[in-house]
Design a protein around this ligand. Sequence first.
Ligand SMILES: [Zn+2]
Ligand SMILES: [Zn+2]
Length: 372
Amino acid sequence: MSEFNDTTITQLWETLHAMPEPAFHEFKTSAFLAQELVKAGFSVQTNVGGTGVIGVLDSGHPGPVVGLRSDMDCLLFKQDDGSQKPIHACGHDGHMAIVLTTAQRLAKQGIKYGKLKIIFQPAEEIGAGAKALLDEGVLDDVDFLFGLHLMPKSMAHLGEVIPCVRWTACHLLTASIEGRAAHGSRPHEGINAIDVGATIISAVNAIHMDPLSGWSVKPTRFIAGASSVNTICDKAEVSFDLRSLSNKDMLVLVAKVSNIIETTAQMYGAKAKVEIIGTCPASVINEEMLALTKEAIVAELDSGAVLPNKTTTVGEDFNFYPLEKPNIKTAFFGLGANLVPGLHDPNMHFDHKALMLGSNILLRMVNQTLKL
Ligand SMILES: [Zn+2]
Ligand SMILES: [Zn+2]
């Protein structure tokens, strides 16, 4: 039996699953990954962009730099006693086990050309890790970059792979509204921030863009209220969640929402400040890498395992890489694993046979790219 098999990769997953750490706090996780990469023969850099770990395997011969990226962070779940429990409920422990095993196998096998760059990225869940690594220049020398995500069973079963997951763009936006307080009996002397917020919500809900292009905007938070019920409220905060299939549509949608907020506040004589509190770009698809991914899936499983490309309204910060570094050829596949009840569910579990399958597909993609 090979040194790398279902049992070894599942053990690796168990180790990582048992040390869940949230965004930018992946201390034990990164120490473990760094130690394993060093053991496998990689030159390793730690604390990159916070808690990131980068491992490089240099063939010593000219050739492309192939990057494999895994996220590392877990989610926090609020308990009855108010405490926050860290749980790997998005499968990032699985991604780490897959990428680390693939790195170890490639180091054992050896690469003839170019370099292999293993990128363990922190803080995917808050959409900040990819940007942190880009700021550190980690991607500057990378020519190819591959990533993956475990998929819920509703999208892919074990033995099925989505060659290209199309993630939508996401913007989270908050408007802080400032009106003027007054006695409840004299509303004409105040500017009611609740009225302003309510009008903003109605107007935003009446935005229309091409329904065929795939977009949505909805209010997700409305905080308002004077300290007493006979006072005109002077402050409110309205938040919106914006999604679109294309990065171009997102620019239009953000402009429309911001314009409504500012002009509505003006109409009432109030002030409003718009703040973008989080963004995630839509996928940028590279057709050449899509073909390479399909080839690897067919070679590993069979053509029946290749599902159509699928779109999901979830954000994924991997998409910052091709957006900010358009010269990098990227691929991102969705791995079926009979994962239930769903991602971000604290009871999420999946069939661990998917782990070695994921590693085999990545290994084939790297070998094909480096033409071994
Ligand atoms: Zn997640
Ligand atoms: Zn995730």
